[in-house]
Structure formats: C-alpha cells, structure tokens
Design a protein around this ligand. Sequence first.
Ligand code: NAD
Length: 385
Amino acid sequence: MIKIGILGAGTMGSGIAQVAAQSGHKTVIVDVNKAAIDNARKNLSGTIQKLVEKGKWTEDFGNDLLRRITFSTDMNDFEGSGLIIEAIIEDVSIKHKVFSDLENIVDEGCILASNTSSLSIASIASVLKNPKRAIGIHFFNPAPIMKLVEIIPAVQTSEETKNQAKRLIDSWGKTSVLTKDTPGFIVNRVARPFYGEALRIYEEGIADFATIDWAMTEIGGFRMGPFTLMDYIGNDVNYAVTEIVFQAFYYDPRFLPSFTQKRHSEAGYLGRKSGRGYYDYSEGAVMPKPNKDKALGIEIFNRILVMLINCAADALFLNIATREDIDLAMTNGVNYPKGLLKWADEIGIDNVLNQLQSLFEEYGEDRYRPCPLLKRMAKKGETFF
Ligand code: NAD
C-alpha cells in the first residue's frame, strides 16, 4: 500500500489524513505551523476516542489508525510517498511554491494533488517539471463523513495519473466524480443558485429568511434551507466563494453575488460561528416563524429549483461532467434529496423550460436565460436519463 502525504493539518488536511489512514495507508501529515500539528493530533485522538466509546470502532482499530499517522513540520518526511494531497491556504502563489518544492522531495511516480476549492489545477500544475503528475482531488467538509470527492484532471494531467487517482479514492470508500478544471468544478458551480436565488427572493421582498428556508425544507425536501446552510458555512466563506466563481466566469450574471450577503459578512454576521448570521444564535434568542402559505412556498421552491436545474444543465451542455456524475455530485457532496437532472426529468423538461422562460421574460436579465440544452431537449421531447 502506498504511503500518503498530506500537506496542511487544518480542517481539510486532518480529515483527509484520517480517511487515508482509515483505509490502511501509512500517512504523513505536514504543516508549517507546529500549533496546527498539535491541534490535528489532539482532534484526531478525540475523534478516535469518541468512535471507540460509541462502539463504532474497536480500540485496536483506533490505535492502529493513530500509529499509521506521522505528524511533522518537515516536508522531507514525504519522501517515498505515492500520493501527496495539498490542503494548505487557498493562495495560488503559496501553492506554486510548495508544489515546486514537493517535486524535489518525492520520486518520479508520486502523484501531486491539490484539494483547492477554487483555483485552477492547470495553474498549480504549471510550476512542475512534470505537470502530468498533477491533479485536483477535492474533498468536502468534513472529509471523513462526506462521500463525494471531485477528481479534476488539468489539461496537463496524464490519463495514468487520472486513473490511478480515481482508483485510489474509490478504494477509500468514496464516491468519486470526474470534472473539468473549470471554476467551482461541479458542486460549487451548480449549487450557486441555492444561495443566490434565495438571496434574490429575499431582496425582492417576496419572503423572509425563515419562510424561504421553510419552503426549501418542507416543500423541497432539502435537509437545510439556504439561510440556515449559509449560517453554517459562514457568510464570509460562502460570499468569498460566490465572488471568486463570479469573477472566474468573467462576470456571468448567473453567478452575481448578493449585497445582502456582503453586508452580513461585513457586519460580522457570519453565522453560527459568530453567534449571529441571518438568524440570531445567542442564548434565549427566538427563531423567527415562517409564513407557511403553501402557494408562496411552492413559488419559492420552484424558482430556486429551476435555477439549480438550469445550472446543472449548463454544466452538462458544456461537458463539465457526465449527467450521472453531475447528479451524484449534488446528492453526495451537498446532500440534495435528488439529482437535479433526474429531478428535471420527473417534473418535465418542458415545465422547467417554461418557468425559466417566464423568469427571463419578466426580468429581462441574462441571469435567467435558459440553457440551450433544455431548449433542444424540450423540442425533441427528450429526457436526461
Ligand atoms: P485551514 O486554514 O483549516 O488549514 C490550512 C493549513 O495549512 C493551516 O494549518 C496552515 O498552517 C497550513 N499551511 C499554510 N501554509 C502552509 C505551507 N506553506 N506549508 C504547510 N502548511 C501550510 O484550511 P482548510 O479549510 O483546511 O482548507 C485547505 C484547502 O482545502 C484550501 O485549498 C481550501 O480551498 C480547500 N477546501 C476547503 C474546504 C472547507 O470547507 N474548509 C472544503 C474543500 C476544500
């Protein structure tokens, strides 16, 4: 079994290290910051203890797992690894520096992967003498729990690197999907309207946060409403991703960020972590009650759903991923109750297209333009599956 190296012992790095070690790999986790290493070690021991207490793991399994992980502040300890996954700060110049350093430490056959959420894999790979060995391997937070992993070959990546990476991640019990090296990959691209359209509906005064959340959970069957979810993710983090995706798509109005979210973020209303976001999480605070008007709820849910389907259809239209992988990504990466393309088939391509057309006509904004693929399919009476 190959040795795995993880660079960065933060939220993602420590989770990915746990996944690799759980699957039996000797795993080295390196961070420049000694405190981050100590923290990762402490958290991992805590996780193991909890799982053993709950009876999910035996004590031996936990001890073996911990023994397989080495913590270090020295990248030279990566020597002999078959795969390195980088999960450090989201800064392209720092990633460039570590990737060129890594190449001097590991053997020719070692795959060099990045867990970046928003940077181009082609750019990260470009600093390598052998860029064929570079790839994106994008886990979701928390890595040990979320099933989905997006595999992102860059234009330089070899077939062999792609196949090896996919095989390995599948062997870790993950659901891997292949996606093109474009902004947001699958999930962070297709999911944008879940937040963006909800914010837009609020900004137009159609409904408040609680009502929109109620519509999406009670009527739509989503596990969490958009505002509850944004408060979990953090408005600062979610806003930053939206802005990055918007810029990366050359300011396509589909991905327009929202002033409401920007102001909440600027005000420090970051969500649960700051005690207040769209909702107040302080002790004794009363959660606002939704307006449970069924017709209003259905209108909100339909509008967000067709915008999500439009985005999924666009991703397929532009060959970002297969229809199967687009649906798998949304059900496994963000726990959507159904794949969006399957959902479109169920409610009817005609129906989706009509709703999008009427939004587009009413607003006259490019944001609502229906995907050409939906138009072609409706004309021919086709379905996605
Ligand atoms: P984090 O801030 O929790 O951890 C980053 C760690 O990298 C820190 O411990 C820091 O000390 C370390 N580090 C910084 N520069 C380093 C260097 N030069 N060498 C070694 N270590 C260094 O960050 P995170 O949330 O774990 O995110 C890491 C990466 O994963 C980012 O690229 C991010 O886009 C991506 N990602 C994050 C999430 C998420 O939900 N947090 C999800 C998927 C992908």
